[in-house]
Design a protein around this ligand. Structure first.
Ligand code: BDR
Ligand code: CA
Length: 305
């Protein structure tokens, strides 16, 4: 499994889930700007690997979207993306190789077996595709966290953050991959975690849970104040779908495209629910996931030593 990510508090939870899965080897983290700038997302990825005690190479990727500047999500994740706790930076270093090149190299090394999980803006993956359009031939499965399939956005009225941050990159990826799995923001909303449960799991005392408790405290507080009694962890749900796809209880296959222009709808994911345009289905859209299984994956990831 290769994870493209912009940590980010929910990215961190998803990464802990991946590190805890005995069936998948995480062969790299390719990091992009997104939730916050690259210097923070990269430092956060390195720190999380250190806390978790895993040896995974971390590759620095794109510092901006492909075309247009975009606002980050520091107001959700903290200015440093990890809750502004002032943690001691990791002593580890990132690799010299650029994320886009690492994606291509690892796709050759693990050709036909690679599970690519994209938890942030799709800039690195799009760049890799521009360098080598044959990438999809070597990827066994692509799972993307992104989009709002019925137009209920979280960064504009209709756009979800990862797609809205770099719509051109998402367009390139959605066009290039004949088939991919999509875990969108609306599925996230249907799979909130109760604050009570999360507090209980975080109290288990493992180093991973202690660190996660500290970096997520601010955003959980913010979520409680603004969204009620459930906490929504988009990347964690996407990772559950990636790790245990048979936990999906409802999936729809449809053509999905990205709106690139317009003053209101830029970055929207347009799903042709009624297949009016005659385009082939390219996305397997996650609609519902076994909630108990999702919760178990999260709780186990936090409890792992
Ligand atoms: C997505 O946007 C980011 O803020 C999160 O990390 C997640 O990947 C949710 O819309
Ligand atoms: Ca993310």
């Amino acid at each position: 499994m290769l994870i493209d990510t912009d940590p980010g508090v929910d990215d961190a939870l998803a990464l802990l889930m991946a590190f805890n899965d005995p069936r998948h080897e995480v062969v790299g983290l390719t990091v992009a700007a997104g939730n916050v700038g690259l210097h923070h997302t990269l430092a956060n990825a390195l720190k999380l690997c250190e806390v978790a005690g895993v040896e995974v190479p971390v590759f620095p990727g794109c510092t901006t979207p492909l075309l247009h500047a975009a606002e980050d999500a520091g107001y959700v994740h903290g200015n440093d993306g990890f809750g502004d706790t002032g943690y001691t930076p990791s002593g580890r270093n990132a690799e010299d190789e650029h994320a886009a090149l690492a994606i291509l190299r690892l796709s050759h090394q693990h050709a036909g077996r690679l599970l690519l999980v994209a938890l942030g803006p799709l800039t690195n993956v799009a760049l890799a595709l521009k360098l080598d359009p044959t990438l999809p031939e070597r990827v066994a499965r692509l799972v993307v966290m992104g989009g709002a399939v019925n137009g209920r956005g979280n960064t504009s009225a209709v756009a979800e953050f990862n797609i809205g941050f770099d719509p051109e990159a998402a367009h390139i990826v959605f066009e290039a991959f004949g088939r991919f799995d999509l875990a969108d923001w609306e599925a996230t909303l249907a799979h909130g975690l109760s604050h009570h449960d999360v507090d209980r799991w975080l109290a288990c005392g493992s180093p991973r849970a202690r660190f996660y408790d500290s970096i997520s405290a601010k955003t959980r507080q913010w979520a409680g104040d603004t969204r009620g009694d459930r906490w929504h962890s988009a990347d964690a749900l996407a990772m559950a779908y990636a790790l245990e796809p048979d936990g999906a209880t409802e999936v729809a296959e449809r053509p999905v495209a990205v709106e690139l222009s317009g003053s209101l709808a830029r970055g929207a994911t347009i799903v042709d629910w009624q297949r009016r345009e005659g385009r082939p289905d390219n996305a397997r859209i996650l609609l519902r996931y076994d909630q108990e299984r999702f919760q178990r994956l999260v709780a186990d990831a936090l409890a792992a030593q």
